[in-house]
Design a protein around this ligand. Structure first.
Ligand code: CAA
Length: 261
């Protein structure tokens, strides 16, 4: 397990990495060493050419119950500001060009919900409980929750969740589009995420990278600039071998053998 204490990293299928948060006694509360391990695992998967997609999950009981409250409770403003507390969390996904699927079972609260929302695709099971309960602790979401939750489910629902600290059920998460799919059981959720990752890994990794990049741009750009950006990247892919391989295989009724070139 590459010397990790708080996570388990494995390769359940060719091209697919699985990272499991593993701090059961604290419901996977996201203490600094856990975030550091997660960061280093994600970086090593990003750098590894044999990995094409990554699944991140927790346990059946908790994806993660938030940032570590016991670690934060005595933190001062100056220390938080000076050391850029929580900034390392946003680094978790900013460098990640490979698709990340988060598979949520049990609690995904506070920083746990925020981490789940960093996934490119979110899945959950019926057992999942989402929420941003920071208001109950005298604070607010600090790892992107106010922005990502609002983009995902709209302002009114996000305001309600963040101002009341009320949980969001799996059913609501499915209906509101916070998650792409709600599975019956935790095992089905993790297996479903791995199957999706395997499917993504079976395509041209040049096209997969471009697809993630253009969808992500939609989060930051207006529609006109976004469509123009998409067209530039789309045109660029005519320069890839895999576009010739993919369209040639279709015309010849053959299976595409990607070169990732
Ligand atoms: N930080 C530190 N420890 C935590 C934790 C957290 N976020 N969540 C749970 N734990 C610990 C508990 O303290 C407890 O430890 P002990 O056995 O040593 O007492 C252990 O995990 C098990 O938890 P509970 O006994 O509370 O389990 P439960 O089943 O009764 O309740 C729960 C589960 C509703 C998730 C409850 O643990 C809870 O409310 N946790 C806190 C949720 C929360 O407020 N998260 C937001 C954190 S702030 C944040 O994340 C800021 C940000 O935006 C980055």
């Amino acid at each position: 397990n590459e010397g990790y204490q708080y996570i388990i990293s494995s390769t359940p299928k060719p091209g697919v990495a699985l990272i499991q948060l593993n701090r059961p006694k604290a419901l996977n509360a996201l203490c600094t060493p856990l975030i550091q391990e997660l960061n280093s695992a994600l970086r090593s998967h990003q750098a590894n050419p044999s990995i094409s997609a990554i699944v991140l999950t927790g346990s059946e009981r908790a994806f993660a119950a938030g940032a570590d409250i016991k670690e934060m409770k005595d933190l001062t403003f100056s220390a938080a500001y000076r050391d850029d507390f929580i900034e390392s969390w946003s680094d978790l996904v900013s460098f990640l060009k490979k698709p990340l699927i988060t598979a949520v079972n049990g609690y995904a609260l506070g920083g746990g919900c925020e981490l789940a929302m960093m996934g490119d695709i979110m899945y959950c099971s019926q057992s999942a409980v989402f929420g941003q309960p920071e208001i109950k602790l005298g604070t607010i979401p600090g790892a992107g929750g106010s922005q990502r939750l609002t983009k995902a489910i709209g302002k009114s629902r996000a305001m309600e969740a963040i101002l009341t600290g009320n949980n969001i059920s799996a059913k609501q998460a499915g209906e509101w589009g916070l998650v792409a799919k709600v599975f019956e059981t935790p095992q089905e959720c993790v297996d479903g995420a791995i199957a999706t990752a395997e499917k993504i890994a079976s395509y041209s990794q040049v096209a997969v990278k471009a697809a993630k990049e253009v969808v992500n741009k939609s989060q930051d750009l207006g529609i006109r600039e976004g469509v123009e950006f998409e067209r530039r990247v789309f045109h660029g892919l005519f320069g890839s071998q895999d576009q010739k391989i993919g369209m040639g295989a279709f015309a010849e009724k053959k299976k595409a053998e990607w070169k990732n070139e």
